[in-house]
Design a protein. Sequence first.
Length: 341
Amino acid sequence: MATHEMKSEHLILSGFSDESANQKTMDQQFSAFAALGLQHLSLRFIDAGSGTKNLMDLDEAEIDRVNEKLVEYHMQVSSIGSPIGKVKLLDVDDGTRNRFLPFEEYLENDVSKACDLAIRFGSKLIRGFSFYHPRGEVPEEHLDAVIERLREIARVCDARGLTFGLEVEANLVGQNGQLLAEIHRAVDSDALVLIFDGGNLVSQGYTQQEIFSQYLAMKPGLGWIHVKDFRNPDPLKRIVHVDEDALKHFVPVELGNSGYLEVLKDLKDFLPELTRRLAGRGIAGMFADLEPHVKGGGQFGGFSGPDGFGVALRSFCRLCDQAQVGYHLTDFNDIETFRGF
C-alpha cells in the first residue's frame, strides 16, 4: 500500500538509521534507508568522520557534515534518539551501572543539548525516558519525583517549539503503559507525548492482551510508535528487573508476541485525529519508527544490519496492509522531484 500522497490516515515510516549500518557511517546509514524507500530517520549513533559517537557527543563540524549528507540523500530527521531520562532518579548504589546526575545540571546541559540538536537537524521530536528508580523498589513510589522532572523537561522543550516523547521501557519508572499514562496526565503538557513499543513490553513478560490494554492506556497521550517485537522462547513469566544486555529474541513484527496487528487496526481510525493534534505542534504526522534489533539489542541501542532492517521494514509494511493503514515509500514521482526531471 505504498502511496505517494501523504494523508492524515497514513503513518510516516521512519527508523533508527544506525541499526541499518555495519560501521554506522553516514553513507552506510543514509544509503540503506534511501534504498529501502525511506525518507525519514531517527538519529542516535553515527560516524560523521571522527569515529562512531552518540548523537549527543557530536561537535559542530560533525553536525554540519551530517546535515550535508541528509541533503545529499534527501533525508529528513523524524526524531532525535536521545538517551535523556536514562539516568538514575536518586544517587544510590543499587548494583546497576546507571549514572546519576544532579537534575539542574542535567536540565541545563543534556536536555538543552538535545533541544539544540533537534533544531539543528530540523526535527520537532526528542525521544526520551522516565528515569531509573532504585533497583528492587516499586516504581509507583517514585512517580511524584519523575513527574516533577518531566514537567521541567517538557517546559524546556515547549519553550523551543519541541515535543518530548516518553518511550515505554523496562526498569524505568514508566515501564508500562498504565504508569506512562499516569505520568502523562500528571505532567499535563502538550509538549510531552508517549511512545508505544511492543517489544519493550513483551520482553518484560506481558501477554498480548496485557500489551493491547497498555497501548489503550497510552492512546490519549500517544505521539508516535516504535516498531520492535520480541518472541519469548519460554512460557511467559513476568520479569521485574530485565537484564537488557541479555535480550536476544527480537524478531520482525509478524513473528513476535506483541500484537502489532491489533494495535494498527485500532490506530487506523485514530490516525486522522492524532495527525491533526500533532500538526498543532508543527509535527508532520504520526511516525512509525523502526527499531528492530533483529541481530541484537541492549540498554542503549541495537543492531539489524541493512539486510535485517529490510526484513523488518517489509514485515511491518505487510502488517500495515493487513490493517489497511496507509504509508509511503519512495516511488518514481519522488525520484522526478529529487532529480529535477
